[in-house]
Design a protein around this ligand. Structure first.
Ligand code: IPM
Ligand code: MG
Length: 370
């Protein structure tokens, strides 16, 4: 029996709890079949926490996240909480976790699975075999920079301010993660900013270049302006292997890249902190789709993004590569068999809901593990 692995599960709002339910079934299956035991605790975040506890995330939940080996996050937000003050928005939950756990490297893969090549809005020839990784800086930049706020000017007008700022250390630590990842992939990194108009972007480029020269000369490094990168991502996405970029540009570019794959519902992500001396690091895993309030409660959401986030958790937090692959293969096989949730329907496929999709993955796992 492998040692207990401490998991904090935070389903959140909207479709979060629905898709998380299917992942819990996979976790139970692993417990039963593969002798891996997880010590799981589940808690509230986002709107669910606002309703129950009056805040998007409590100190206790942050403490539990700090003590966990990994956090599996669903999604937060919804129209019910849209009118609350800024500090009371459900999104504060995920931003707080990123900041408090020091989760500075947000890994967002965009992979086109063969059975889904027709689900992309782009031509199959452009996206077939796509496998790119966006590494988004996630504890700095415009999201956290000071000064920030809304002030009233002497003439009665108001002004909203946010600050884009990056220090050498912040740039280096996320660039390092990207170079290390690239070495295990196609060994190419494209660093993205707007060094042509922003000083923070210029420093970004200088620091990435210097680190590359010092320690990662074996990795092919290119630089690109963020606007050009957006264009290149739809023109010829396969030119990229690893893209490393700032918090805001990464937010935009990863949504864009996700649609290359057909559906936001398919994509997982991992957000990692710095490893300590024993190699242990804080980490949070979440699908990149949001809470999708328009389809919440209907039982039609795609659980695969959450499922694949759990696979990433096994890979990056517990070094369980075989089990991660097993889950990924089970998901791909189910899609190849023609079963689809509404978001990734194609010609000649059969529409199923969230729980049938979950069940089908379980059945496939049984087969693969037999
Ligand atoms: C994401 C989301 C978040 C972000 C929101 C929910 C705060 O869009 O993870 O991409 O902007 O980082
Ligand atoms: Mg986003």
């Amino acid at each position: 029996m492998a040692a207990n692995k401490k998991l904090l599960v935070l389903p959140g709002d909207g479709i979060g709890p629905e898709v998380m339910r299917e992942v819990r079934r996979v976790i139970d299956w692993m417990d039963r079949r593969r002798s891996v035991s997880f010590d799981i605790s589940e808690d509230l975040v986002g709107g669910a926490s606002i309703d129950g506890r009056g805040t998007p995330i409590t100190k206790e939940v942050v403490a539990k996240a700090l003590a966990a080996d990994a956090v599996l996050f669903g999604s937060v937000g919804g129209p019910r909480w849209d009118k609350l003050g800024f500090e009371m928005r459900p999104e504060i939950a995920i931003l707080t976790l990123r900041r408090e756990l020091g989760l500075f490297a947000n890994l967002r893969p965009a992979t086109v699975l063969d059975p889904l090549v027709e689900a992309s809005t782009l031509k199959p020839d452009v996206v077939r075999g796509l496998d790119l990784m966006i590494v988004r800086e996630s504890t700095g930049g415009l999201y956290f920079g000071e000064p920030r706020g809304i002030e009233t000017l002497p003439d009665g007008q108001q002004r909203g301010t946010n600050t884009e700022a990056y220090s050498t250390h912040e740039i280096e630590q996320v660039a390092r993660v990207s170079f290390e990842l690239a070495r295990k992939r196609q060994n190419r990194v494209c660093s993205v900013e707007k060094a042509n108009v922003m000083e923070s972007g210029l420093l970004w480029r200088q620091v990435v270049t210097a680190l590359h020269e010092r320690e990662y000369g074996d990795v092919a490094l290119t630089h690109m302006y963020a606007d050009n990168c957006a264009m290149q991502l739809v023109r010829n996405p396969r030119q990229f292997d690893v893209i490393v970029t700032t918090n805001l540009f990464g937010d935009l570019l990863s949504d864009l890249a996700s649609m290359l794959t057909g559906s936001l519902g398919m994509l997982p992500s991992a957000t990692l902190g710095a490893p300590d001396s024993s190699g242990r690091r804080h980490a949070l895993y979440e699908p990149i789709h949001g809470s999708a309030p328009d389809i919440a409660g209907k039982g039609i959401a795609n659980p695969l993004g959450q499922m694949l986030s759990f696979a990433m958790l096994l890979r990056y937090s517990f070094d369980m590569e075989d089990d991660a692959r097993l889950i990924e293969r089970a998901c791909t096989n189910v899609l190849a068999s023609g079963l689809r949730t509404a978001d990734v329907m194609g010609q000649g496929t059969a529409k199923v809901g969230t729980s049938v999709m979950g069940e089908s993955v379980l059945r496939e796992l049984e087969k693969l593990a037999a």
